[in-house]
Write a protein that binds this ligand. Structure first.
Ligand SMILES: Cc1ncc(COP(=O)(O)O)c(C=O)c1O
Length: 445
């Protein structure tokens, strides 16, 4: 059947009608407001979100492309960077930029190391980076965009942390960078950054720490008394860190930071076009024109919460995480994967297909992300979810009881498809299938 084309309306839709259409469209969206969604949306409280919206709107039209036209934005951005460097153990030589998110920060880091290596080691024609297999897919994206070969090393199958020995063995004369996570997304465990730092130092190569998830959380969790492995600039050998404000920094979506231990590296991130008739054009990150609202909201988040505000939020989040993990561990058929270091974790079962539990929970209104290798359910905890611990655990117990009535049952529907994709032996066809799916997904219907 031919698709109907969506075209620009001849006349604009009046405001009231337009808002109605958009509200209607949002009815099918996941309802994160009631705390039943365990990923994608990070938030501190309604009060905090309202403040972010206010400052975002205040700077809605400004453009962060020009720090000269809008010195306020330059002040906000440089102060956000400075506060984050301090939080992550950097000294006065450390520097960085704000970006649109974790992916952009990571893309920039890889581009920076590639260009640094081109300058310092021109004999390297095919640069490589060594990655634990748990690393976020933005590293694969960066590898493709910037032509740096990714060498994946399987993680330790018990702790789920990077296998330091395995990574060390893969170092070659082409290696320019190694990467670790603090923490990795799938199980929420921090990689052995100190040991990776020693390797990086020994070989004179970069070590990027992907602290997109933990950058604004781990320092506070540690201050609360939890034992957190060293992961930041206090570790010799760590040369850059990505930390997302739009995750546990509780900023607006579209804000992250990329930080370097020394300012020599930052030059390789920047781009300057000096012979253009439009004038000298220099930009720090990937975007040209940049939304000012996200920068304003980041500054507002850090300054309105302050250290004590973040500590308070971290405490609520960790208390909630502990209660949820305890509740999950009390269900004999379920177990947590590894030893999560903060408020991100996943759980599974050896008694039945865990996706059936995810489906049963979905029928009860909960949105839970499914993981593969092994199949598991993933959860990211936010402070407002302290209010839904009891109903969540009640429904989880009921869902497990429901699944236990037919433990041999295969996963159905979307879960079955997900499982099938995970287990299909021909990975190239799976990739093609996913890319075709994506190609069609964004066609207007
Ligand atoms: C560990 C880690 N790194 C990087 C990213 C990418 O961040 P973003 O989605 O903001 O691009 C994520 C996202 O969840 C993540 O969990």
């Amino acid at each position: 059947m031919a698709r109907q084309k969506v075209v620009l309306p001849k006349d604009g839709i009046p405001r009231a009608g337009l808002l109605k259409i958009m509200k209607e469209a949002s009815k099918g969206d996941a309802n994160w407001k009631d705390g039943k969604m365990w990923g994608l949306v990070n938030r501190a409280s309604d009060e905090h979100t309202n403040l972010l919206k206010e400052v975002f709107t205040m700077f809605f039209s400004e453009n962060a492309l020009s720090p000269f036209a809008f010195p306020s934005l330059k002040k906000f951005e440089s102060e956000v960077i400075s506060m984050t460097i301090d939080l992550l153990g950097g000294n006065r030589r450390a520097c960085g930029s704000m970006t649109s998110g974790g992916t952009e920060s990571i893309l920039l880091a890889v581009k920076t190391y590639r260009d640094w290596a081109r300058d310092k080691f021109p004999e390297i024609k095919e640069p490589e980076m060594i990655l634990p297999s748990s690393i976020h897919p933005s590293l694969e994206k960066a590898a493709k965009y910037f032509d740096v070969k990714p060498i994946y090393v399987p993680i330790d199958d018990k702790s789920y942390r990077a296998d330091v020995k395995g990574m060390k063995e893969k170092i070659s004369e082409n290696t320019i960078l190694i990467v670790g996570s603090a923490p990795e997304y799938p199980r929420g465990v921090v990689d052995p950054i100190t040991e990776l730092g020693a390797i990086a130092k020994e070989h004179g190569i970069g070590l990027h720490v992907d602290a997109c998830l933990g950058g604004y959380m781990l320092p506070f969790v540690r201050k609360l008394g939890y034992e957190i492995p060293d992961f930041d600039f206090s570790v010799p050998g760590v040369t850059s860190i990505s930390a997302d404000i739009h995750k546990y920094g509780y900023g607006a979506k579209g804000s992250s930071t990329i930080l370097y231990r020394k300012d020599e590296l930052l030059k390789y991130q920047y781009c300057a076009t000096i012979d253009w008739s439009g004038g000298i054009y220099a930009s720090a990150a990937m975007q040209g024109s940049r939304p000012a609202g996200t920068i304003a909201a980041a500054w507002a988040a850090l300054n309105s919460l302050g250290e004590n505000g973040y500590l308070k939020l971290a405490k609520i989040t960790m208390d909630t995480t502990k209660k949820l993990i305890n509740g999950i561990e009390q269900i004999p058929e379920l177990y947590i994967l590894g030893k999560p270091d903060m408020s991100v974790y996943s759980f599974t079962s050896d008694k039945f297909h865990i996706y059936n539990v995810a489906d049963a929970m979905e029928r009860r209104g909960w949105h839970l992300d499914r993981m593969q290798f092994p199949p598991a359910i993933h959860m990211t905890i936010n402070p407002p979810q302290s209010k839904v611990v009891d109903p969540f655990l009640k429904d989880l117990n009921e869902s497990v009881e429901e699944v236990l009535k037919n433990p041999e049952k295969e996963a159905e529907g979307q879960s079955a498809l997900y499982g099938m994709i995970a287990n299909a032996p021909d990975r190239d066809s799976v990739k093609d299938f996913v890319l075709d799916f994506l190609k069609d997904l964004y066609k207007a219907k």
